[in-house]
Design a protein around this ligand. Sequence first.
Ligand SMILES: NC(=O)c1ccc[n+]([C@@H]2O[C@H](COP(=O)([O-])OP(=O)(O)OC[C@H]3O[C@@H](n4cnc5c(N)ncnc54)[C@H](O)[C@@H]3O)[C@@H](O)[C@H]2O)c1
Length: 306
Amino acid sequence: MGVFDGRVAIVTGAARGIGRAEAMLLAAEGAKVVVNDLGGGAAGDGADSGPAEAVVDEIAAAGGTAVANTDDIATWSGAESVVNQAIEQFGRLDVLINNAGILRDKMSFSMSEQDWDAVINVHLKGHFCMTRFAGAYWRERSKAEGRPVDAAIVNTASESGLYGNAGQVNYAAAKAGIAAMTIVVARELERYGVRVNAIAPVARTRLTEAVAGDYMKVADGDFDRFAPENVAAVACWLASPLTAGISGQVIKVQGGVVQLLEGWRPLTEATADNPWTIDGVEGVRDQLFAKTDGTIPPFFFPSPAS
Ligand SMILES: NC(=O)c1ccc[n+]([C@@H]2O[C@H](COP(=O)([O-])OP(=O)(O)OC[C@H]3O[C@@H](n4cnc5c(N)ncnc54)[C@H](O)[C@@H]3O)[C@@H](O)[C@H]2O)c1
């Protein structure tokens, strides 16, 4: 018995890295999988149907069931076609893992319009387009069956967007948007029985090898902490019925550590009985920036008087 027996899953960007490991694990646990990947370069250039087909072959060789899809999930029609393929080919859809991604790192002052648009498109619009069509399908199914469907979306955020990585303004903005979208869509789809969570992964893939190759080397005798399979286990756990009741959450996985991340929340407070003035706010700035644990946030500039 597999955790995903009888279920149908889509994984976007499933030909390489984390997405490939997710597709392989879903299939090994009994899911029928749509392996979506347009097979382009790490910066989103080009297209090739070979990589998605190779993963489908690997899944079949291991005794699983999968079908390849090479649509661009960052387009309205491409996303609709991936969702339709799952339903037409396998009769239903239960799991959507939004994973496809590219990188075009630049400092903000050197970034081109194309670099901004390409990264925002694949990550932010890609997550949205897939969610839009999968969500519409689940809403219809829930109404037709007269009960909540038992389905799950797992999005792929990144620490880069949650903590802010210099040199990745396009990517970080998209990933922060994906974390926000996770909460919004979790609220919207709850009544139809769809859970929506996100991971913030760290793994050795073609996107990280160039910048973090040495850091991700594994000492002899240690388990492979940065293998994409290590991340896939967390994503698939969130996609599985084991996490019924968990929604709107972002979980980081790096090596042997998983963390539940918390988003924007009030940290300190200053109040006034009269309308705020510039001087009035200046008067409470130290109160505003004094955290209860005595530390000060980064980028805090003390008032000239203190
Ligand atoms: N590797 C890490 O440490 C890390 C850290 C944080 C977040 N992530 C995120 O994890 C996800 C997977 O990244 P990875 O590291 O496995 O990279 P990867 O390059 O190995 O895999 C990404 C896949 O997405 C596919 N893809 C790109 N654009 C697509 C599109 N428009 N339609 C369909 N497929 C498309 C690519 O062809 C590629 O096969 C990304 O969203 C990435 O931002 C990775």
